[in-house]
Design a protein around this ligand. Structure first.
Ligand SMILES: Nc1ccn([C@H]2C[C@H](O)[C@@H](COP(=O)(O)OP(=O)(O)OP(=O)(O)O)O2)c(=O)n1
Length: 134
């Protein structure tokens, strides 16, 4: 099992969480509802790190190393519970996320795509394709 961050997949995390629960006989507690509540609790812990800080610069240049380590822990707790929750709901999270990304792109077209569509519409208008009267 690779421990390198850049090689971590959702599937690997899913397997690790499955083994973690099995080894402790905690599968009985990992119901969808319990996992959702646990995840929301961890989102609360994550929020506490940012609470009262005011706006924070990207990359967190002013944060101490230990604060960043703590942040990584809370982000991980949220991710791990999300992965486990998805698994216990029978949802393929990677597949669902890729589909959602595609839906987002259709709902919110990029500037480049909008410009291309405008050019294409103008071309059609010039050629009379869309304005043809029968
Ligand atoms: N029933 C449980 C309990 C814990 N975990 C795992 C998933 C999380 O990554 C982490 C959460 O552990 P804690 O509940 O101890 O939460 P924290 O690590 O945030 O500790 P604390 O709340 O004391 O800061 O452990 C789990 O899978 N199932």
């Amino acid at each position: 099992m690779s421990e390198e961050g850049s090689h971590v997949t959702l599937d690997l995390l899913k397997q690790i969480m499955d083994k973690f629960a099995k080894d402790r006989d905690w599968e009985q507690y990992h119901s969808p509802r319990n996992l959702l509540l646990a995840m929301v609790g961890e989102v609360g812990e994550l929020s506490e790190i940012f609470q009262w800080k005011g706006e924070v610069a990207k990359g967190l240049p002013d944060w101490k190393e230990e604060e960043k380590v703590h942040l990584g822990e809370e982000l991980s707790d949220v991710l791990l519970y999300l992965v486990r929750l998805s698994d216990m709901c029978g949802v393929d999270l990677g597949k669902a996320a890729l589909r959602k990304v595609q839906l987002n792109a259709i709902k919110y077209p990029s500037k480049v795509i909008k410009e291309e569509q405008e050019v294409s519409t103008n071309e059609k208008d010039k050629n009379g394709t869309d304005t043809e009267v029968v």
